[in-house]
Design a protein around this ligand. Structure first.
Ligand SMILES: [Zn+2]
Length: 180
C-alpha cells in the first residue's frame, strides 16, 4: 500500500497540515505565551477546521455509498486509503466522485500550505485550454490570464477547484477508457 510518504498526494499534503498543527497548536492570536507566531504563517487558524471538514467530507461520501463501511481511521491522513478501500466495489460514478473529492482536497491542502503555483499551474483553463491559471485567494478561484478568455462582462474566467478536479479526473477516466 502506498502510504504517500514519497509522493505528492492528498494524504501527504494532509499529513503535512496535521504535523504543522501538532507543532504549532492553534491556540489563537490572543494567547501571548505561544512562542510561535501562528497567525502570520500561511497555515493559520482555519487549518484545524479545514482538516476536520476534509475528513468529514470523505467519511460522508463513503457512508452514503457503503453504509456497511467500517470505522474511519483515527489518523486524518489515512482517510484517503480508507475511502478508496471502502468504495472499491462501488459503481464507477461513486468511485469517480471519491477520486474527484480526493484530488480537490489535494489542491486545497497544497494551497493552504502556500503551494498554489505547484498544483494549479499544471492545469489548463477549462474554457480556453491554455495554461496560465493564477490562484486568487480572496475569490477562492483560479483566474485565467489569457486576455481573450473572459465572461460576457469582460471579467477573466474564474475556475473553482471543484471544476479543476472534475476536469482532471474525468480526463484521466476517458484516457483510461480509450486506452483499453
Ligand atoms: Zn482561459
Amino acid at each position: 500500500m502506498n502510504n504517500g510518504d514519497t509522493t505528492d498526494s492528498a494524504a501527504s499534503r494532509l499529513r503535512h497540515l496535521t504535523t504543522y498543527l501538532r507543532e504549532h497548536p492553534a491556540t489563537g492570536p490572543a494567547v501571548g505565551h505561544n512562542p510561535n507566531p501562528v497567525a502570520s504563517t500561511p497555515l493559520s487558524l482555519g487549518t484545524l477546521s479545514h482538516v476536520d471538514a476534509s475528513v468529514r467530507e470523505l467519511t460522508d461520501l463513503v457512508r452514503k455509498a457503503n453504509p456497511a463501511a467500517g470505522p474511519a481511521p483515527s489518523r486524518a491522513d489515512g482517510i484517503y486509503d480508507w475511502a478508496r478501500e471502502q468504495t472499491e466495489h462501488a459503481p464507477d460514478a461513486v468511485r469517480q466522485r471519491r477520486e474527484t473529492a480526493e484530488y480537490r482536497q489535494y489542491l486545497e491542502h497544497a494551497i493552504r500550505a502556500g503551494d498554489w503555483r505547484k498544483v494549479i499551474r499544471p492545469h489548463r483553463c477549462p474554457e480556453c485550454r491554455t495554461f496560465g491559471l493564477m490562484w486568487q485567494g480572496d475569490m477562492q478561484r483560479a483566474l485565467c490570464t489569457n486576455t481573450d478568455c473572459t465572461d460576457p462582462d469582460g471579467f477573466s474566467t474564474a475556475v473553482t477547484l471543484a471544476r479543476i478536479a472534475h476536469e482532471h479526473i474525468a480526463g484521466r477516466q476517458s484516457k483510461k477508457t480509450s486506452a483499453g
